[in-house]
Design a protein. Structure first.
Length: 254
C-alpha cells in the first residue's frame, strides 16, 4: 500500500542547517534544498547569492501526514528561526536568507494562518515571515544537498541543541507509534498475538527504563516539548498493565 505524501516549502535562512533540522523529524520522508519564488529561470547558487534573482534559500519537505501534521512541522519551523528578523538569520544576511512558508495546496492555508496567528501573539513587532503560494522552485546543485550529512563539521547557523531537540521529538513519536500499535492489537485480537510485536515490546520496556524517558518526561512537565507532539507514551498510567497483559497472553511464546 502506497504512502500518502504532502509537500511544504520552508525558507529558514541558510538551507544547509534548515534541511538537516527537518531531516531529524519523524514523518519527514524526503528533503531537498533549492531556491523558491524568484524571477529568473534555472538559477545557480552563485546567481542567487547576488540577491538579484529574488529567490530565497528554501527546503522542500515531503512528509507523511499520517505520521506528522503540517501544524507540527510549522511549530518546529518557528522554533528554528527568528520570525521578526527581516532578511537575516544568524550571521547570514540578504534577501536570499529571508524566511517564508510556501504552499502548493490551498487547503493548507488555514493551518498556516493559524500557526502565524499563534506565533504573532508572542511578539509585539510584526512577523517578517513570508506566507505565499509556491510560484517556482529550482533544485540547488548536488553539492548543497544533505550538506551537513556529507560535511558534519560544516558551517551551520543553527545550534546543535536544536538538532538534538528534533531528534528527541522523533524518539517520542516512534515510541508513541509502538505503543499505539500494541494497544490497538490488544483491543482487537488479544488472543491471537504472536512474535510480531516483540520488537515493540522490547523497545518500550527499554525506553521506560532509560534516562531518555526520564528526560523526555521532565521536559514535558517543564513545558519544553512542542505542544503539537503526541506524547501519551510519556505517561506510565496503564502502560505496565498493557505490557503485563501482553506477556501473560504470550507466556508460551519463546
Amino acid at each position: 500500500m502506497s504512502t500518502i505524501t504532502k509537500d511544504i516549502y520552508l525558507a529558514g535562512g541558510c538551507f544547509w542547517g534548515t534541511e538537516h533540522y527537518f531531516k531529524q523529524i519523524e514523518g519527514v520522508l524526503e528533503t531537498e534544498v533549492g531556491f523558491a519564488n524568484g524571477h529568473t529561470e534555472n538559477p545557480t547558487y552563485k546567481e542567487v547569492y547576488t540577491d538579484e534573482t529574488g529567490y530565497a534559500e528554501t527546503v522542500h519537505v515531503r512528509y507523511n501526514p499520517d505520521v506528522v501534521s503540517l501544524e507540527f512541522l510549522l511549530e518546529m519551523f518557528f522554533k528554528a528561526i527568528d520570525p521578526t528578523s527581516l532578511n537575516k538569520q544568524g550571521h547570514d544576511e540578504g534577501t536570499r536568507y529571508r524566511t517564508g512558508i510556501y504552499y502548493t495546496e490551498p487547503g493548507d492555508l488555514p493551518v498556516i494562518e493559524k500557526m502565524f496567528a499563534e506565533e504573532q501573539e508572542k511578539y509585539q513587532q510584526p512577523l517578517a515571515v513570508e506566507k505565499q503560494p509556491l510560484k517556482n522552485f529550482y533544485t540547488a546543485e548536488e553539492y548543497h544537498q544533505a550538506y551537513l550529512d556529507k560535511t558534519p563539521d560544516g558551517y551551520c547557523h543553527l545550534p546543535l541543541s536544536l538538532f538534538e531537540f528534533a531528534r528527541q521529538t522523533r524518539r517520542i513519536s516512534q515510541m508513541e507509534q509502538r505503543l499505539n500499535r500494541l494497544s490497538s492489537i490488544m483491543k482487537q485480537h488479544p488472543a491471537t498475538l504472536d512474535k510480531s510485536l516483540q520488537d515493540d515490546i522490547a523497545a518500550l520496556e527499554k525506553y521506560y527504563g532509560s534516562d531518555e524517558w526520564r528526560k523526555d518526561l521532565a521536559d514535558d512537565e517543564a513545558g519544553r516539548l512542542p505542544k503539537g507532539l503526541k506524547r501519551g507514551v510519556l505517561s506510565e498510567d496503564g502502560i505496565w498493565n498493557l505490557l503485563s497483559d501482553y506477556r501473560e497472553l504470550n507466556k508460551d511464546i519463546k
